[in-house]
Design a protein around this ligand. Structure first.
Ligand SMILES: [Zn+2]
Length: 249
């Protein structure tokens, strides 16, 4: 039986992919206790492979799941989160806020990813249960500033803020939490992303060129297919960055 259907409410995302809002066909309760009723609208997906009809998984709000990405099990994707590429979100995992989960990332188990998370590899996330007096899950991940964020009991912390809080816990709990942070820091890769040109947001072409413009004394990225161009940059990397951020304009 189908859990949901695609509606005709569509939007075209920054990559030019058409996504459709989903509508529940049955009543179910998510693993965190939220009720979804038949007829309720959810978030946006590109195709049915993006969201399993099995389990209690759901996409809410303005969240988007597209490409080869898959959400299954009891996972939840909500807020303005984007899940794409070959990413998998499963188990009881939750992704919300402005989080971006893409590439070959996997978010699973009890992991909770939020804020400006930017996870495109399994080297960008670390999740451990049980932590703290209530034996909850601690998720440590990479954010868009290439810094560490910590998600714990529905709150989002910087590394320092979490460390300060956990230092005040009962000795044994504190020791465990601080040791987990050390392991997470060893695991998580914060190195610079190799600048890869994102496909043209207008025509989807991957045929792009970075050129030096003599008269501007600057670099610029242009689409070889539709001739769209990005903002100028002082360096090739700056021009690539400007192009890749076009979706925010
Ligand atoms: Zn183009």
């Amino acid at each position: 039986m189908k859990k949901y259907e695609l509606t005709t409410e569509a939007k075209v995302n920054w990559l030019g992919k058409t996504l459709f809002r989903v509508k529940a066909c049955v009543d179910f309760t998510t693993s965190s206790g939220d009720e979804v009723h038949a007829g309720d609208l959810g978030g946006f997906i590109e195709q049915e492979t993006n969201l399993s009809h099995d389990g209690k998984c759901w996409v809410w709000g303005n969240a988007e799941v597209w490409g080869n990405a898959e959400v299954w099990g009891n996972a939840k994707v909500c807020g303005d989160a984007e899940v794409w590429g070959n990413a998998k979100v499963c188990g009881d995992a939750e992704v919300w806020g402005n989080a971006e989960v893409c590439g070959d990332a996997k978010v699973w188990g009890n992991a909770k990813v939020c804020g400006d998370a930017h996870i495109f590899s399994t080297k960008h996330i670390f999740c451990v249960t049980p932590v703290g007096a209530s034996a909850n899950s601690l998720t440590v991940f990479r954010n868009k500033k290439r810094e560490i964020s910590v998600s714990f009991e529905w709150d989002l912390y910087s590394l320092d803020a979490f460390r300060t809080m956990a230092s005040g816990w009962e000795e044994h709990l504190s020791e465990v939490a601080l040791a987990i942070l050390d392991v997470a820091l060893t695991h998580i890769d914060l190195s610079e992303e190799v600048p890869v040109l994102k496909p043209c947001p207008f025509c989807g072409s991957e045929s792009l060129s970075v050129v030096y413009e003599d008269n501007l004394d600057a670099y610029i990225v242009g689409c070889d297919s539709c001739r769209a161009s990005g903002s100028v940059g002082d360096t090739e990397d700056a021009a690539i960055k400007a192009w890749n951020e076009r979706k925010e304009q």
